[in-house]
Design a protein around this ligand. Structure first.
Ligand SMILES: [Zn+2]
Length: 79
């Protein structure tokens, strides 16, 4: 485990969501992930109070255009 993160201070946190998440790092590929997976009911809670732009799915081409300037800025900073 890397860290146990307290989620209760996050603006979208509400009762029904876990108060903490355990973040792990894979020892093989260094991928960082939470210890548990969300159930369907849990995902409903996660996305219950999100803005439409934060929802999963949608039009990937539109999102690519939305995020293009951000990626360009990051690339110009990182080189
Ligand atoms: Zn891995």
């Amino acid at each position: 485990m890397i860290v146990q993160a307290d989620c209760r201070g996050y603006v979208s946190w509400h009762e029904g969501l876990p108060p903490t998440l355990f973040w792990m790092r894979c020892t093989v590929c260094n991928h960082v992930h939470t210890e548990d997976y969300w159930t369907e009911k849990g995902l409903e809670q996660v996305f219950a109070h999100t803005h439409t732009g934060q929802a999963v799915g949608g039009n990937p081409d539109q999102k690519r255009q939305t995020w293009k300037p951000v990626v360009q800025n990051v690339l110009s900073v990182l080189g």
